[in-house]
Each structure stands twice: as structure tokens, then as C-alpha cells.
Design a protein around this ligand. Structure first.
Ligand code: ATP
Ligand code: MG
Ligand code: FE
Length: 353
């Protein structure tokens, strides 16, 4: 059974084809990705209107590329999956509109996928996939959450950020230091040449006793430090970058270990763009090794947004029997959910007609 997946929630257009009949897990046959980063860089962040227009330009060529690489034809596709939310409304509408039109033309059903479920299940695309149950640390540009995951669709929120996401903390701090968008990868590269202990930056909620996060204060502290440095900032930028990264990573590691202790589980899954961060990976690996915990990550190139994770999430939902092809929507109407909570997903779907 072939699932075509389309991702367009933010500034990456992704398309992928998955064989959902493969065992023990759906198998990725091909995927194509276009990142709009270069276009948005001039504005220091994502411009929603430009993002939507660019998705329109890219999505069909990427679909053709995906089908060609897999040597399959669109007529063989059994279900078209797309990111229904959360994300930028206009950007989501492009993927949703194309997916629903394509499905209607092919006479096949469509499936709306939760973007964060895509991130969360993306480690199942790796050579070393996890097994349920596990704790998931979801660290992306818009979200920072710890979840208990007992199976596909079974997501219990353990804690989350009360303000900025971890990726946002990276991006905003990087911007204050004059680094290009998106700041995370640039900041972490610069940090390699710096001393993480050079500046003592706050670790918000580190000792809060719960699994919530807060990163807004850190950004303010970085701004204060940058102003204090004045002309010296340029010379100390690598130290400031390293100190910022050290603060974010320390909080993420401590809270992840807290979630492991609270649930008693021995498997941790890290997903989302910040999961590509090398310091986070090395510190989590070291801390977890000591405690007999296995850590799983998505492949580096699948940490940030892509179509493969959307097709995979759809494929895993079908395999788990959570969604039946017969009851999926066919036809010309569609909607998107720019704001959509992952922990509310299952009850909501259960209540759907
Ligand atoms: P969401 O999934 O919450 O809607 P998003 O799709 O924008 O948000 P992702 O694509 O998962 O988020 O991740 C992008 C984020 O990951 C950006 O904030 C980016 O700076 C960050 N990021 C990517 N690589 C790294 C890295 N090596 N170190 C730190 N942060 C990184
Ligand atoms: Mg992006
Ligand atoms: Fe994302």
C-alpha cells in the first residue's frame, strides 16, 4: 500500500512515498525536499506570504521527482497524506489543497497528519528504530515538549515550554549575535570555537521540580550580555554562543532525565530540528549511558521538516489500525489546523464522524 506524504507547514516543502505494507515498519521509497531558507534569510525569519507562494511553486515538481525516484506512478498511490497542522495557515493550505485535489483526481482517500506526530515518529525512519513505550523529547522551532508515548497515537504530555521553544531560543539568541536565519545551526557551529563556561547564563526552571521549560528569560539574558560587551561582542561571540548553547542543552538534558525517572522508562526518543544539535546528542548519550537508557534520534537530515515523516506517520497510523482507508475522507473539502495540540489528537479523532 503506497502512501504519498506532503509537508508544507512552514518553510520546507517536502514530498515522500512510503510503502505502508512493509513489515515490521512502513518503508520509505523516496523523498524530495526543498528548503526556502535562502529566500527568508534576507528578512531574518520566515515571511508567511512568501512561504505559501513558494510551496505552490515547488510542490508539484517535488511530487514528480518523488514518483520518478521510486519508479512508481501516481495511479499506484493508495492514500495521499498531508500536514493538516500545526503551522502557518497559508502554507498549510497549499499542501492541503494540492493533496486533496490530487486525491480527488486519482479517486483515492486523503489523510490529514499532525506535524508533531510526524516529528515524533521520524526516528522510526532510522536504521535503529525505537520500540514502544518511550519518552519523547520534542524540540523544534515552535515546540518543546516531553511526552510519554505508549504507541502510535498514544501521547501523554508530561511537560512543555511555558513561553519560547528551544529552537526559538537558539534562533532569537543567534539573531541578537548577528547570525543568519535560522540561527540554531549557525550558533552551534560558532559555539565549537567558544567556551561554554565563559558567561553564566540563566537555566530557567532547571530546579522547578516539574517537566516544564522556559526559554524567554535566557534570550533576554543573552541580549543584556551582548549589550554589556558592546564593542567586545565581536571578539567574544563564540564564547557567548557556546554559553547560550550550554544553557539550553543543560536544561533539555536535565528535564529529559527527569521524565525518564518519573516514568521509569528506559528509552528516550529525541525529535525535531534541535535534535540535530551535536552537544545535545553527546550530553544526552553520556547521561543516558550511565543510567542504562537507550536514546534514539532521527537521521540528521530528517530532524527538521520533511515529507518522509508525514508519509511515515500516515503509514504507521494505517498499520496500527487507527485509521481505515474506507472511512477516510474523499472529495473536495478540506481544512487546516494552524493550532493543534498533539495530546488532544486521539480523543479528537475518536470523536470524528
Ligand atoms: P515546529 O515543528 O514546532 O512547527 P519547525 O518545523 O520550524 O517548528 P523544525 O523544522 O523541527 O521546527 O526545526 C527547526 C529548528 O531547529 C530551528 O529553530 C533551528 O534553528 C533548529 N535547529 C536545526 N539544527 C540545529 C542545530 N544543529 N542546533 C540547534 N538548533 C538547530
Ligand atoms: Mg524550517
Ligand atoms: Fe517542524
Amino acid at each position: 500500500m503506497l502512501v504519498l506524504g506532503i509537508e508544507s507547514s512552514c518553510d520546507e516543502t517536502g514530498v515522500a512515498l512510503v510503502d505502508a505494507g512493509a513489515q515490521p515498519l512502513p518503508r520509505l521509497l523516496s523523498h524530495a525536499l526543498y528548503s526556502q531558507i535562502d529566500m527568508h534569510q534576507a528578512y531574518g525569519g520566515v515571511v508567511p506570504e512568501l512561504a505559501s507562494r513558494d510551496h505552490i511553486r515547488r510542490v508539484l515538481p517535488l511530487t514528480r521527482e518523488t514518483m520518478k525516484e521510486a519508479q512508481r506512478s501516481l495511479a499506484e498511490v493508495d492514500v495521499v497524506a498531508y500536514t493538516r497542522g500545526p503551522g502557518l495557515a497559508g502554507a498549510l493550505l497549499v499542501g492541503a489543497g494540492v493533496a486533496c485535489s490530487l486525491a480527488a483526481a486519482l479517486g483515492k482517500p486523503v489523510m490529514g497528519v499532525h506535524h508533531l506526530e510526524g516529528h515524533l515518529l521520524s526516528p522510526f525512519l532510522s536504521a535503529d528504530p525505537p520500540e514502544f513505550p518511550f519518552v519523547a523529547l520534542l524540540v523544534s522551532g515552535g515546540h518543546t515538549q516531553l511526552m510519554r508515548v505508549d504507541g502510535v497515537g498514544s501521547y501523554e504530555l508530561l511537560g512543555e515550554t511555558i513561553d519560547d521553544a528551544a529552537g526559538e531560543a537558539f534562533d532569537k539568541s543567534a539573531k541578537l549575535m548577528g547570525l543568519p536565519y535560522p540561527g540554531g545551526p549557525h550558533l552551534s557551529k560558532l559555539a565549537q570555537q567558544g567556551d561554554g563556561a565563559a558567561f553564566r547564563l540563566p537555566r530557567p526552571l532547571l530546579h522547578s521540580g516539574n517537566l516544564d521549560f522556559s526559554f524567554a528569560g535566557l534570550k533576554t539574558a543573552v541580549l543584556t550580555q551582548a549589550k554589556k560587551l558592546g564593542d567586545e561582542l565581536e571578539a567574544r561571540k563564540a564564547d557567548l554562543a557556546a554559553s547560550t548553547q550550554a544553557a539550553i542543552v543543560e536544561v533539555l538534558v536535565k528535564k529529559s532525565l527527569g521524565a525518564m525517572a518519573q516514568t521509569g522508562l528506559k528509552r528516550l526518543v529525541v525529535a525535531g530540528g534541535v535534535g540535530a544539535n551535536a552537544l545535545l546528542r553527546s550530553q544526552l548519550n553520556a547521561a543516558c549511558r550511565q543510567r542504562g537508557i537507550r536514546v534514539h534520534y532521527p537521521e540528521l537530515h530528517l530532524c527538521t521538516d520533511n515529507g518522509a515523516m508525514i508519509a511515515m506517520a500516515a503509514g504507521m497510523r494505517l498499520q496500527a489500525g487507527l485509521v481505515k482507508l474506507e472511512v477516510l475522507q474523499r472529495g473536495y473539502t478540506f481544512d487546516v489546523k494552524p493550532r493543534w495540540s498533539l495530546s488532544a489528537l486521539q480523543p479528537e479523532l475518536a470523536a470524528a464522524p
